[in-house]
Design a binder for this molecule. Structure first.
Ligand code: THU
Length: 133
């Protein structure tokens, strides 16, 4: 992935963050997933008054993408407004691993900071379908 593609993905995550529904935590997150055909699918966190039904931006993006027939992904960007970057939570790591495998994860904040991880480093020793074979 070249720098321009990464920058486009990051901008999409930052824009998606603006749609966050986060009245309870006030912590707004955006995610942008790049599929192998170059399409970007975005998501934001969607909170609920029961708290537990809240869905993170990353899972919203993955489930939107899957429901639109997309199956292969090459990268994800996650945007939040915190000094420390916001890596995917445990539940999102399981889902990202299952549908995206070892993709790069770009973490950004609205102040222009940026950091990059590989999924295999964020989610070592995963439980996945290889368990059954
Ligand atoms: N959140 C995300 O959307 N993605 C993450 O990677 C971490 C947490 C959301 C869930 C909740 O709406 C808020 O951030 C605070 O936890």
């Amino acid at each position: 992935m070249n720098r321009i593609d990464v920058e486009k993905l990051i901008q999409a995550a930052l824009r998606a963050r603006e749609h966050a529904h986060a009245p309870f935590s006030n912590f707004r997150v955006g995610a942008a997933l790049l599929d192998t055909s170059g399409e970007i699918i975005t998501g934001c966190n969607v909170e609920n008054a029961t708290y537990g039904l809240t869905v993170c931006a990353e899972r919203v993006a993955v489930f939107k993408a899957i429901s639109e027939g997309r199956r292969k992904f090459q990268a994800i960007a996650v945007a939040a407004d915190s000094e420390r970057f916001t890596p995917p939570c445990g539940a999102c790591r399981q889902i990202l691993w299952e549908f995206c495998g070892d993709i790069p994860v770009y973490l950004v904040n609205v102040r222009g900071g940026q950091s990059k991880f590989q999924m295999k480093d964020l989610f070592p020793a995963p439980f996945d379908s290889r368990q059954f074979s």
